[in-house]
Design a protein around this ligand. Structure first.
Ligand code: KG4
Ligand code: ZN
Length: 330
C-alpha cells in the first residue's frame, strides 16, 4: 500500500510517500521566514504560499522516494484542524489527484497524526499508552487504548503550550516562532530566578491553563521596566519555561500513575523542547518509558499524515470530503 500524504494545515507545505507504514520520503517547505516578518502566521499569506509550493513539494516527495504518481494506491490529506484557507489548498489538490488517478482518498485528523508520530521510528511501541500532545494550537493529555480508541483526560482551557511559548517570546522581543528561541536562550539563564505561577487547577484535573502565566510574565516585565531595571531575557525565559514544564511533567506522570500506564508518548512541536525532555527523563525514572518523534517529525510534516492514514483512517468519498478547521483529537 503506497500512500501519498499531503499536509497544509498551517505554515508548512508538506508531502510524503509512506509504504506499508514505512516512510520513503518527507518533503517540507516551511514558510517561517515569510511569517517571521509579521511576528506570527498570517492566514491569507499561508494559503497563497501553499498554492505556489504544493506541486513542487509533491513532485519532490515522489522523486525522493523514486516513485511516480501511477505507483500511488491512496492519497491521504490533512482535513483539520488548522487554518481553513490553508487546509483547503491541500484538500483540493488531494481531491483532484485522487479523482484524476481514480484512487481512494482519506482525510486525516492532524492531531491524531501528531499523537501517533512517535510510532514512525519506534516500531516496538504499541497502544495502550498515555499521550501528551503539545503543539502550537493544542495541548492534550489522552489515554490511547488503541489506534482508534482514545479518551481525552485533559486539554487546555485557553492558550496551547506552543502558543504560550510563542506569546512570551514575543513579549521578550524574541522572533517567531518563539518556542525554539526560548529553548535556546534559556540554556544561558537561571530557571529559578523568577517564580512564575503554576496553574495546576482543581485537584485531580488534567486540564491546563497557560494564559495566567503569560500575563504574569508581562506584568513582571512591566514592573521591572518601571523600576528602571534591565530585563535579563535568559533568566525570564528560563523561569517561564520551568513553570510551564513543571505543569506538563507533573500532570503527565500523575496520569500515567493513576492509569497504571508505563508508556508516555510525547508529541507535537513542543516535544522538541530540550528542557521538557530532560525534566521528563528525571521524573519518569525507571517507571515510565518515554517516546518522542524524531525531531524532524515533531513539527508539522506529511510523513505523520501518511502514517496515521495507514493505521487509523477510513476511506472517504473525495467529492464530499471537506476541511474542518475546529476538528478535535476525538
Ligand atoms: O506541532 P506544530 O509544528 O504545529 C501545530 O500543529 O501547532 O507546533 C508548533 C509549535 C510552535 O508554537 C513552536 O513555538 C513550538 O511548537 N515549538 C517549540 C519548540 N519547537 C517548536 N516549543 C518549545 N520548544 C521548542 N524547542
Ligand atoms: Zn501540528
Amino acid at each position: 500500500m503506497l500512500i501519498l500524504a499531503i499536509e497544509t494545515s498551517c505554515d508548512e507545505t508538506a508531502a510524503a510517500l509512506v509504504e506499508d507504514g514505512r516512510v520513503l520520503s518527507s518533503a517540507i517547505f516551511t514558510q517561517i521566514d515569510i511569517h517571521r516578518l509579521y511576528g506570527g502566521v498570517v492566514p491569507e499569506i499561508a494559503s497563497r504560499n501553499h498554492i505556489i509550493k504544493i506541486s513542487e513539494i509533491v513532485d519532490r516527495a515522489l522523486k525522493e522516494a523514486g516513485k511516480s504518481l501511477k505507483d500511488v494506491d491512496k492519497i491521504a490529506v490533512t482535513k483539520g484542524p488548522g487554518l481553513v484557507g490553508a487546509l483547503l489548498v491541500g484538500l483540493n489538490y488531494a481531491k483532484s489527484l485522487a479523482y484524476g488517478l481514480s484512487i481512494p482518498l482519506v482525510g486525516v485528523n492532524h492531531l491524531r497524526a501528531h499523537m501517533l508520530s512517535p510510532l514512525i521510528t519506534n516500531s516496538d511501541l504499541k497502544p495502550p499508552f498515555l499521550s501528551l500532545l503539545v503543539s502550537g494550537g493544542h495541548t492534550y493529555i489522552a489515554h490511547c487504548r488503541d489506534y482508534n480508541d482514545i479518551e481525552i483526560l485533559g486539554r487546555t482551557r485557553d492558550d496551547a503550550a506552543g502558543e504560550a511559548f510563542d506569546k512570551v517570546a514575543r513579549t521578550l522581543g524574541l522572533p517567531y516562532p518563539g518556542g525554539p528561541m526560548i529553548d535556546e536562550v534559556s540554556k544561558k539563564g537561571d530557571g529559578a530566578k523568577v517564580h512564575f505561577p503554576r496553574a495546576f487547577l482543581e485537584e485531580g484535573s488534567y486540564d491546563f491553563s497557560f494564559s495566567g502565566l503569560k500575563s504574569s510574565v508581562l506584568q513582571y516585565i512591566n514592573t521591572e521596566t518601571q523600576r528602571g531595571r534591565e530585563i535579563q531575557i535568559a533568566d525570564v525565559a528560563a523561569s517561564f519555561q520551568e513553570s510551564i514544564i513543571d505543569v506538563l511533567v507533573t500532570k503527565a506522570l500523575d496520569a500515567c500513575e493513576r492509569l497504571s500506564l508505563d508508556k508516555l508518548v510525547v508529541s507535537g512541536g513542543v516535544a522538541a523542547n530540550s528542557r521538557l525532555r530532560e525534566r521528563l527523563e528525571e521524573a519518569a525514572g525507571g517507571r515510565v518509558r518515554l517516546y518522542y518523534p524524531e525531531l524532524k517529525y515533531c513539527g508539522d510534516n506529511a510523513a505523520m499524515i501518511g502514517f496515521a492514514a495507514f493505521y487509523t483512517e477510513n476511506e472517504e468519498d473525495y467529492l464530499s470530503l471537506n476541511a474542518d478547521p475546529a476538528l478535535e483529537l476525538v
